[in-house]
Design a protein around this ligand. Structure first.
Ligand SMILES: [Zn+2]
Length: 423
């Protein structure tokens, strides 16, 4: 006899305990010829009727397809397969089609238990590591995550969303963007949607998913100043208070400051003052008494040029006060005063930034109107997690893979359940 039967406690006994299949019977487990895999043949229980996989009603058998392997959870270094020859049924309503198998879903080659098992680990390890650790392949892990995510998206609830944050994230070496929408209610923080690009059209896709009614119920929206986002929010969230978030504004300010420094460095170089500013960046920002003798000489030298960089830096520091206000009115007064000062500064990048702030004055003050409750902190935290997920699913940076990985890790999706706890 070619097959070696596993004696004592039969694997089938354990399988019947942890993964029973109504209408089907596990037969004796056997080693595959190379002894690297364990195969468990399955047959249908005598007298049990086949069920049409489309309408889920009993239907008479039509014919039997060749036996196929369905991957199961590996153990003790062995891959495990269920082997079954699937029937086709002649359903009165649907015509000829495959029978429904309780352990497997549609086109997938793995059992449900195996897919849930791989997907569970794919939240903790990279997909490659999951494949290697559990004797499977990257494609199987991908399939498993896809199954769990699709099931979850279909079964999640999108009712009662009060606050959302929208942000973009770069991928594929910074040449492409994703738009991410998060729910940032205090009781529910999760990723709601992943979109390709950051255009008006792609962002509208989110509202197509949630529908007009849910969109109309949203009360707070946090975003940056990216025009397409502003436009779509204006159009779809008719009852929401739109908040420009703090993180993005300060990031924009830093960018302006960097621009000032870069321009000035160039100008000084051109005038023959060598790496003056380049090497002095921190020296000018240090307290005077902490400077070395050499640095003091350099600082005197720098101050003669009335450096724009230093003035811009001080303006930036001043602006921090803006976030400390509680009343929108006082915050507004400060904002106007600050912008006025900047406009007189003759520092072009800073003036440009101040103009942007003036343009979005109302949205900025909404931050105080919302009592700072919905700030970018949450969105920023989620975005950092998203970046981590992206790094972990490295290797295949297609949009689809990233989309799956992000939903899987951050969307808090419901999952199909199993009667036995395998992991
Ligand atoms: Zn049917």
């Amino acid at each position: 006899m070619e097959n070696v039967f596993l004696a004592a406690m039969e694997l089938t006994t354990i399988l019947n305990q942890c993964y029973p299949q109504p209408g089907f019977v596990y037969l004796k487990a056997r080693f595959r010829a190379d002894k690297k895999a364990i195969e468990v043949p399955v047959r249908r229980r005598k007298g049990s009727k086949a069920v049409c996989s489309r309408c889920e009603k009993p239907a008479p058998g039509y014919d039997t397809l060749p036996a196929r392997m369905f991957e199961f959870i590996p153990f003790w270094g062995f891959v495990v397969f269920l082997i079954y020859a699937r029937r086709r049924v002649q359903c009165a309503g649907c015509g000829i089609g495959a029978e429904k198998l309780p352990w497997c879903e549609g086109k997938h080659h793995s059992t449900k238990a195996h897919m849930l098992f791989l997907a569970h680990w794919a939240r903790k390890l990279s997909w490659k590591e999951v494949a290697e650790s559990f004797l499977s392949s990257w494609d199987r892990v991908h399939d498993a995550v896809e199954y769990v995510v699709e099931w979850g998206l279909e079964h999640r609830s999108l009712e009662a969303i009060f606050a959302i944050g929208v942000d973009e994230i770069q991928y594929a070496k910074g040449h492409k963007y994703l738009t991410l929408v998060y729910q940032i209610d205090r009781e529910c923080i999760r990723l709601l949607w992943v979109g390709k690009e950051r255009t008006i059209e792609s962002f509208r896709g989110f509202f197509a998913v949630i529908g007009e009614k849910v969109a109309a119920d949203i009360l707070f929206v946090c975003s940056d100043m990216w025009k397409p986002y502003l436009e779509v929010i204006n159009e779809k969230c008719v009852n929401a208070l739109h908040i420009l978030d703090r993180f993005h504004i300060m990031a924009k300010m830093s960018k302006a400051l960097d621009e000032v420094r870069a321009q000035e460095t160039k100008r000084l170089l051109r005038d023959g003052h060598q790496p003056l500013l380049k090497k002095s960046r921190w020296c000018v920002l240090k307290r005077k008494e902490n400077l070395t003798a050499k640095q003091q000489v350099r600082l005197r030298d720098l101050l003669r040029y009335n450096l724009q960089t230093v003035r811009a830096y001080l303006l930036k520091e001043d602006f921090q006060q803006f976030w400390t206000y509680n009343s929108p009115a006082w915050a507004g007064k400060f904002l106007d005063f600050w912008c006025h000062q900047v406009m007189r500064s003759r520092i072009e990048p800073m003036k440009k930034f101040a103009r942007t702030l003036r343009e979005h004055r109302e949205l900025l003050l909404n931050y105080f109107e919302a009592r700072k409750e919905f700030s970018s902190g949450v969105v920023e935290g989620l975005n950092n997690k998203a970046k981590l997920v992206m790094r972990r699913s490295y290797g295949f940076r297609t949009f689809r893979v990233l989309e799956l990985a992000l939903y899987h890790s951050l969307a808090k999706l419901p999952e199909p359940t199993l009667t036995h706890k395998f992991f």
